[in-house]
Design a protein around this ligand. Structure first.
Ligand code: CA
Ligand code: CA
Length: 204
């Protein structure tokens, strides 16, 4: 009997980090693709997989250009979601501080952000706007619960351009995952303690 408790504890210890570390996105760091076309992402025009800048020790990121105009730029991919389940989205955005094509800072009212879109609705993270920091800034949507009847969401890296805007933006290392529920972990822990108690009682 005591082995069942130990086995359950072992399964729980293995399962919990797995739940916290799943990433529902394919090719989240844009490392895979053919030339400027990133695998598993749909790109708006003027969005390309590039090796000019990359987060961490990776090689590629997704580039977008905030040339004057009011249309969007970036890339997106759809993921399956479970209604009622709460998810988070994180990712990194950089705007360079150099000059010329691919290396210019974001200026003129354009913004770059990550978003979760579903059924015509949308939830944005904090966008980065005009910046000359040239560092990777982590952005996040800490909590998004899939509404009833919604089984698919679209994860988007987007540049919202503006008249007179310009500059380059890079996106990298997105992560879309389930927010662990403290209540269910507590319940699991309580159940395991109960099983240990039961096995000890029977042995006594
Ligand atoms: Ca990358
Ligand atoms: Ca693509």
């Amino acid at each position: 009997m005591k082995y069942i408790g130990i086995l359950l504890m072992a399964i729980a210890l293995i399962a919990m980090p797995a739940v916290a570390q799943a990433n529902f996105l394919s090719n989240p760091g844009f490392e895979y693709g053919t030339g400027e076309d990133a695998d598993d992402w749909e790109e708006w025009s003027w969005a390309q997989r590039r090796d000019s800048y990359a987060h961490g020790d990776s090689t590629y990121s997704l580039h977008g250009w905030a040339a004057s105009g009011t249309d969007n730029q970036g890339a997106w991919q759809s993921v399956s979601v479970a209604p009622g389940t709460t998810y988070f989205l994180t990712g990194y955005i950089l705007s360079p501080n150099g000059t010329g094509n691919d290396h210019s800072p974001l200026t003129g009212g354009a913004s770059a952000f990550l978003s979760i879109e579903w059924d015509g609705g949308q939830l944005d993270s904090d966008a980065i706007t005009a910046t000359t920091d040239a560092v990777w800034i982590q952005k996040q949507i800490a909590s998004w619960t899939a509404p009833e009847g919604i089984t698919s969401a679209t994860i988007v890296t987007k540049i919202q351009r503006a008249d007179g805007s310009s500059g380059d933006v890079y996106f990298d290392d997105l992560d879309f995952d389930v927010v662990p529920e403290p209540a269910s972990l507590l319940l699991l822990g309580t159940g395991l303690v109960g099983l240990f108690g039961l096995s000890r009682k029977k042995r006594a």
